[in-house]
Design a protein around this ligand. Structure first.
Ligand SMILES: NC(=O)C1=CN([C@@H]2O[C@H](COP(=O)(O)OP(=O)(O)OC[C@H]3O[C@@H](n4cnc5c(N)ncnc54)[C@H](OP(=O)(O)O)[C@@H]3O)[C@@H](O)[C@H]2O)C=CC1
Ligand SMILES: O=C(O)C1=N[C@H](C(=O)O)C[C@H](O)C1
Length: 268
């Protein structure tokens, strides 16, 4: 069995810690590096100290140090952090699993360009459940293409900084594609005051932020006399961490290319 040498960016973050716990528990993976931003309190300490079981891997802010022994970088940070890591990984042949959300078009284009030099899995949600839900939504959207209003509601913890969530946006894209619409033209992200009647071709988004909600997504198809709700609820970040590890395994025999979790899970 080959061992995957995986570094984790955002090592002190919510996902960073969950990934470190998952990697150190896996038989086929080894924690090979840990990164965090310069000045972060964890820099210089053992990346797995919070588990009470040090891994002998120090959290670094210098990419050359943090990535010296890594073949893979799993990155759940912020767009500016991921783009900084991307450049280094592309030029050093380090494969990336990118879970960060909130990229603008230029950021997404930079990831696509880097995938010509190294292999990348980039997905706003690494859980099996959400990725299967995307397939259900594609099917539902085709069946409810006329007479049903489509609204996407997402809820996350109070610390989340981007909205709507990357997953909600992906759900919107999948539905818009299935209906032959362009999400950029039909998305409605906010309503306030006298908004007028609902445009039947629109896809609405609503965002809730509060407490420790891990991540809930519901798509509502509201017709006359009935409504259909397709929901996914995360109760632990473990599902994202396990999905990320599956993505690393998927990349093992790929040298370049841009993939997502539909590729990893064989859902295309
Ligand atoms: N694809 C998926 O399945 C999932 C995606 N996500 C996404 O992952 C990202 C992180 O989420 P979460 O772990 O909750 O967030 P946290 O804020 O808990 O963690 C982010 C980590 O990244 C670090 N960081 C912040 N800015 C930079 C930077 N410029 N360069 C390098 N590192 C940086 C933070 O350091 P510091 O704290 O010192 O600022 C922190 O360690 C979000 O975009 C979220 O939407 C989350 C869950 C699942
Ligand atoms: O920030 C989070 O927590 C999450 N972010 C991702 C998103 O924006 O979709 C995935 C998940 O919902 C948790």
């Amino acid at each position: 069995m080959t061992t995957l040498n995986i570094a984790v960016a955002g090592a002190s973050g919510r996902m960073g810690r969950m990934l470190i716990e998952t990697i150190t528990a896996a038989d086929d993976a080894r924690l090979a590096g840990a990164l965090d931003v310069a000045g972060a309190p964890g820099i210089g300490s053992d990346a797995a100290a919070f588990l009470g079981k040090p891994a002998g891997v120090t959290i670094e802010s210098e990419l050359a140090k943090g990535l010296a022994n890594a073949g893979y970088l799993i990155d759940f940070t912020r767009p500016e952090g991921t783009l900084h890591h991307l450049e280094y990984c592309a030029s050093h042949g380090i494969k990336m699993i990118i879970g960060t959300t909130g990229f603008d078009e230029a950021g997404k284009a930079a990831i696509a360009a880097a995938a010509q030099k190294t292999a990348i899995v980039f997905a706003p949600n690494m859980s099996v459940g959400v990725n299967v839900t995307l397939k259900l939504l594609e099917m539902a959207a085709k069946s409810f293409s006329h007479g049903y209003d489509i609204e996407i509601v997402e809820a996350h913890h109070r610390h989340k900084v981007d909205a709507p969530s990357g997953t909600a946006l992906k759900m919107g894209e999948v539905i818009a594609d299935a209906l032959g619409r362009d999400l950029k033209q039909c998305a409605v992200y906010a309503r306030e005051g006298v908004t007028g009647e609902r445009d039947p071709s629109s896809i609405g988004f609503a965002t809730i932020r509060g407490g420790d909600i891990v991540g809930d997504h519901t798509v509502l198809f509201a017709g006359i006399g009935e409504r259909i709700e397709i929901s996914h609820k995360s109760s632990s970040r473990l599902s994202y961490a396990h999905g990320s590890l599956r993505a690393a395994r998927f990349l093992a025999d790929r040298q370049t290319g841009l993939y997502d979790m539909q590729d990893v899970l064989g859902l295309r």
